[in-house]
Design a protein around this ligand. Structure first.
Ligand code: ADP
Ligand code: F6P
Length: 327
């Protein structure tokens, strides 16, 4: 009986458990034995491999996080670490492997593919910086978590007529900040992809204060330059001329957890099932992504070569909508 193994790697993302469930159920439907590898590539190097039965994935699809746990490990980037992983895949007679993770994890999956492992990848990262998929697992849930937080912050900002700097995650991508900035009708959005300055932000805020704006919300990506703390320090030194008092809210890790939305549960289910189908059909070294409403397989080699760019046309739309008519 052929064996399929599944692992989750890198930053965790809501929807991953729905994906694991689909991988296990689809593999069992193809009469494969299913193995779970704990803690991503770290667990693979350590041989943390166990058989998964159907009951393992009972009642997990609606839970955030990953039941297989995850890890980041630089050791797997070394030839020795990769050899350890290959030895364990052989020792546990793994014929097929599904890797669920972000761009780094998919680079690791490509390395295994290049060493002859029969692997398929599923994009899972709240950063949404993986190309050849419109959405990665976890992005929709992270957006909704951040949006709920910003709506709450806007309540208190309005009560006190304050300005808030709200920092989202995203590593070097401005996707989360741009999308939740637009969705929350923020007065300003600061992302790594669009240069700005403290001076420009100050002028925008002074104009808004002069026009009687009830609050001023700036959604800023953690990878922006200047970053959240730099802008905060600059504005705080000029609060008298600014008008608004300034406060900071770093959303941080709440964007990584929580019950996955319907979108992420369905995306995880579709991509997980498709990853197993690809392997069963003999198509190796692919990532399964969502393009439009279709699941599309793309060579890992092509996926890891680039990054998913932010749609700057959306940024321009947001900028136009922020520029309000005279009060
Ligand atoms: P994510 O997958 O969420 O982007 P990381 O970038 O931390 O998270 O990658 C997860 C893991 O994938 C890393 O800890 C490392 O073990 C492995 N990895 C990342 N980049 C590479 C690479 N270039 N070659 C081999 N393995 C890699
Ligand atoms: O890649 C997902 C992510 O949440 C990034 O947005 C963030 O910068 C990073 O992971 C945080 O890494 P860690 O979980 O290792 O602190």
């Amino acid at each position: 009986m052929r064996r399929l193994a599944v692992l989750t790697s890198g930053g965790d993302a809501p929807g991953t458990n729905a994906c694991i469930r689909a991988v296990v159920r689809t593999a069992l439907a193809h009469d494969l034995e299913v193995m779970g590898i704990r803690r991503g590539y770290a667990g693979l190097m350590e041989g943390e491999v166990e058989q998964l039965h159907g009951r393992f994935i009972g009642g997990i699809a609606h839970k955030g996080g990953t039941f297989l746990k995850t890890a980041r490990t630089d050791e797997f980037k070394t030839a020795e670490g990769q050899q350890q992983a290959l030895d364990n895949l052989k020792k546990h007679h793994v014929d097929l492997l599904v890797v669920i993770g972000g761009d780094g994890s998919l680079k690791g999956a490509l390395r295994l593919h290049q060493e002859g492992v029969t692997v398929a990848g599923v994009p899972a990262t709240i950063d949404n910086d993986v190309p050849f998929t419109d959405m990665a697992l976890g992005v929709d849930t992270a957006m909704n978590t951040a949006l709920t937080a910003i709506d709450k912050i806007t309540d208190t900002a309005t009560s006190h007529r304050r300005a808030f700097l709200v920092e989202t995650m995203g590593r070097n991508s401005g996707y989360l900040a741009l999308m939740v900035g637009m969705a929350s009708a923020a007065e300003a959005i600061v992302i790594p992809e669009v240069p700005t300055s403290c001076e420009e932000i100050l002028e925008l805020m002074k104009e808004a204060y002069g026009k009687g704006k009830a609050h001023f919300i700036i959604v800023i990506a953690e990878g922006a330059d200047p970053d959240c703390h730099t802008i905060d320090r600059y504005l705080k030194e000029r609060e008298k001329e600014l008008g608004f008092a300034v406060r900071v809210s770093i959303l941080g890790y709440i964007q990584r957890g929580g019950a996955p939305t319907a979108f992420d549960r369905l995306l995880g289910t579709r991509l997980g099932a498709a990853a197993v189908e690809e392997l069963v059909q003999g198509n190796y070294g692919k990532m399964l992504g969502l393009i439009g409403s279709d699941v599309v397989a793309t060579d890992l080699e092509k996926v890891v070569r680039g990054t998913r760019e932010v749609d700057l046309a959306l940024y321009k739309l947001a900028e136009m909508l922020e520029i309000y008519p005279a009060a």
